[in-house]
Design a binder for this molecule. Structure first.
Ligand SMILES: C[S@@+](CC[C@H](N)C(=O)[O-])C[C@H]1O[C@@H](n2cnc3c(N)ncnc32)[C@H](O)[C@@H]1O
Length: 356
């Protein structure tokens, strides 16, 4: 006997309402399951290839790259506060692809270490020396070492995260390894949905470096432009975004101002060893770095002439930025003030620009 009495019509209205409620319930359930599935799928996809949000936002327990505080970078290091934008570049874990690229450009341990001399009889491989770039790798594509490579990688991630516009430029590339890593970082960024399309510019004398400038190290430091093109090719990274500027900086830096693709520089890595090389790079390129862009000096802590260029430039142009030491050789800073470079303060040639 039915508990609810009513006409057939009333019963069919009740049945209809019941069906509607059940239908709504099912729709809500399907939507809920869909959301769960999509989230789950995103996590799975993220495991295979980090998505942009993961690359950009990193993990929220942000940790900065440590900085060197004294001559011995292995034992004296400080851990900057993540809120200190003057000192902190967020440290992220390398993807498996990036790890392979970095290890490959740093060189294979089995071939030993050149120890800053000619490479005819390499010494045994020393991991700490390679980490801090105190040696020269016989087979690697970069001499800068792992710490500086990580600094460069973090700087690229930082400008991508902060949407700082501009190219990635290295002045002084040797075998091109640091810029190969930069190209790989951009490839990875774009493949994971990143939208900033950056050009990469490699400035180097290549075979035009004056013989006397590097003395007995000349042969080891000599590379032709084709060597670097081949290196990029072998990593599958030689695309139309990679640009080579061959010649002494004193002749090519004008292109920092005239090349239509080089409107701004988001990461400016200068690795030119000499007073004149740094001076040319700073006087012609510094204005192109927007506030928030990252400037890296490879030799500033170990080459007195380079430190002199920095001190002269900072004083003459009234800069407020201070250097953050990466290791025994190098330092970086984040540009904080827009300035107009006063060209009349440029000093006469002191080393490579007057060498024969
Ligand atoms: C120390 S190596 C660069 C190392 C490189 N960044 C790496 O990742 O291994 C210095 C390079 O700067 C170049 N260089 C130095 N001064 C230069 C100048 N005034 N004009 C053009 N190239 C210069 C040299 O040819 C050399 O390839």
């Amino acid at each position: 006997m039915p508990l609810i009495k009513g006409s057939n019509k009333q019963r069919s209205i009740c049945d209809n309402q019941g069906r509607k409620t059940r239908l709504h319930g099912m729709i809500v359930l399907v939507l809920f399951a869909g959301v769960i599935f999509m989230n789950h799928r995103q996590v799975l996809v993220g495991l295979e290839h980090p998505n942009t949000t993961q690359l950009l936002e990193v993990n929220k327990s942000e940790k900065c790259l440590s900085l060197a505080t004294e001559k011995n970078p292995a034992t004296n290091r400080e851990q900057p506060d993540p809120t200190d934008k003057r000192k902190c570049l967020i440290q992220t874990q390398r993807s498996p692809y990036m790890d392979i690229v970095c290890k490959s450009v740093l060189g294979f341990p089995r071939f030993g270490s050149c120890g800053g001399k000619s490479c005819s009889s390499p010494k045994p491989y020393a991991p700490v020396e390679r980490n801090y770039g105190n040696d020269w790798p016989p087979t690697g594509f970069t001499m800068i070492g792992n710490e500086r490579l990580e600094n460069f990688r973090s700087a690229i991630e930082e400008v991508n995260r902060n949407k700082i516009p501009g190219a990635i430029v290295e002045m002084g590339v040797w075998r091109g390894g640091a810029m190969i890593m930069a190209a790989a970082a951009q490839k990875e960024f774009k493949e994971s949905g990143g939208t900033m399309d950056r050009h990469l510019f490699l400035f180097d004398a290549f075979e035009e470096i004056p013989k006397t400038s590097y003395g007995k190290h000349h042969d080891f430091l000599f590379n032709s432009q084709q060597d670097i093109v081949d290196a990029f090719e072998s990593f599958g990274l030689n695309d139309s975004n990679v640009h080579y500027k061959k010649g002494l900086f004193e002749h090519t830096v004008q292109e920092l101002r005239t090349d239509a693709l080089l409107t701004q520089i988001a990461v400016y890595r200068i690795d030119g060893n000499f007073y004149d090389s740094y001076q040319d790079a700073l006087y012609y390129g510094y204005e192109k770095v927007p506030v928030g862009g990252i400037v890296i000096f490879d030799d500033v802590m170990s080459h007195h002439s380079v430190m002199r260029t920095w001190k002269d430039f900072k004083e003459d142009q009234g800069l407020t930025e201070d250097l953050n030491q990466i290791d025994q050789h190098s330092a970086w800073f984040r540009k904080e003030t827009k300035i107009r470079v006063e060209m009349t303060k440029m000093k006469p040639p002191q080393d490579i620009n007057s060498a024969k």
